[in-house]
Ligand binder design. Structure first.
Ligand code: ZN
Ligand code: ZN
Length: 342
């Protein structure tokens, strides 16, 4: 089979073709695993982090790709969840230990042995991949292969943020940052709740306008005072100012969920504006979001199909993965980038 593999950490500024096309044997599914014939695989920013070593693969060469849609081709021993020919999706969570206290309570995302698809095990930049059957989820008919793939990462993580925010009917929700996939949260909230007011914070006037078009109740800049104190806020920015401003805007007992793998240090001094009575007093909470669980992905893909949430996408051949990655790196983004493999 053909696969696009990374054989070592690379600097994308110097090496514009980081992945190599190789021929390799089709893998055999082990106990509890399914062999998947890959149809589409989304291209994610996390792949840039893997290539440039911020989230390095645990072994080389590694086949990247963690937003995979495909068809069950073969089943290993001790499987029971899928049938040959089923259409399934695979996201960032590949496997976890299965027996620690986190795994036992549905928080596999926090397991010390968390394994990521396309980083710790070969992913979907290939014609076939194997995966533990519980990490493959049925894809509802309402979504095409190319529409479903981009939802399996960002969409599912956003959905986890929303769950962790513990938003309740009748509350006011803030969203700080409204780029790329944050609007998925707004659409999802509008679908799941009848009476939640949504305030969107963004530096960009065009993003504010976009938020209004999608039905936000209020949109403004990070330091603009919102229409009302907010019970829940989800932050998807890479910097600190929105965090400090969000804490100020939280209502008593409010919760701020930070959905970012890392924060940049460019504006770290803004944290010195933290004033205990203004930003933290009255039981305000902060929670970060790490990875995803199987439950997040399988549930979100059903919600997405029922809304429906259908991302705009741009198709590339498997061999064009390097071009897709480079365009992502350079910010040439017109919808999600999807490799069409089958
Ligand atoms: Zn575990
Ligand atoms: Zn991703």
């Amino acid at each position: 089979m053909r696969a696009m593999v990374l054989d070592r950490i690379k600097n994308l500024a110097a090496d514009t073709r980081p992945l190599k096309l190789v021929e390799m044997p089709i893998p055999a599914p082990a106990d509890g695993e399914a062999l998947i014939r890959v149809s589409t695989c989304g291209v994610c920013r996390t792949e840039l982090d893997e290539i440039e070593g911020r989230t390095p693969p645990s072994q080389f060469p590694m086949t990247l790709g963690h937003q995979v849609v495909g068809y069950v081709e073969r089943l290993g021993p001790k499987t029971s969840l899928h049938q040959i020919g089923d259409r399934v999706g695979v996201g960032w969570i590949f496997d976890s230990c299965g027996h620690c206290s986190y795994c036992q309570t549905g928080m596999q995302n926090l397991c010390a042995e968390f394994q990521a698809t396309g980083r710790d095990a070969p992913g979907g930049y290939a014609e076939y991949m194997t995966v533990p059957e519980r990490s493959a989820y049925p894809i509802p008919e309402a979504l095409s292969d190319a529409e479903a793939a981009p939802l399996l990462c960002a969409g599912a993580v956003r959905y986890r943020s929303l769950r962790l925010s513990m938003l309740e009917e009748g509350q006011a929700l803030g969203l700080t940052g409204f780029g790329a996939s944050a609007h998925l949260v707004l659409k999802t909230v509008r679908h799941l709740y009848k009476n939640v007011r949504i305030c969107v914070f963004s530096r960009s006037p065009s993003e504010q306008e976009f938020a209004n078009e999608l039905g936000a109740d209020w949109a403004g800049d990070f330091s603009d005072p919102p229409a009302e104190p907010l019970n829940r806020i989800i932050d998807t920015t890479p910097v600190w100012k929105p965090v400090v401003e969000a804490l100020r805007n939280l209502a008593p007992g409010g919760r701020l969920v930070i959905n970012a793998i890392r924060k940049e240090s460019t504006d770290k001094e803004y944290l010195l504006n933290l004033d205990y009575p203004t930003h933290l007093w009255l039981e305000k909470e902060i929670k970060s979001v790490a990875n995803v669980t199987q439950h997040d992905i399988s549930e979100f893909i059903k919600v997405a199909a029922s809304v429906p949430i259908k991302p705009d996408y741009q198709i590339y051949e498997l061999e064009e993965a390097n071009r897709a990655l480079l365009e992502l790196k350079r910010g040439q983004i017109r919808g999600a980038k999807v490799l069409q493999i089958l």
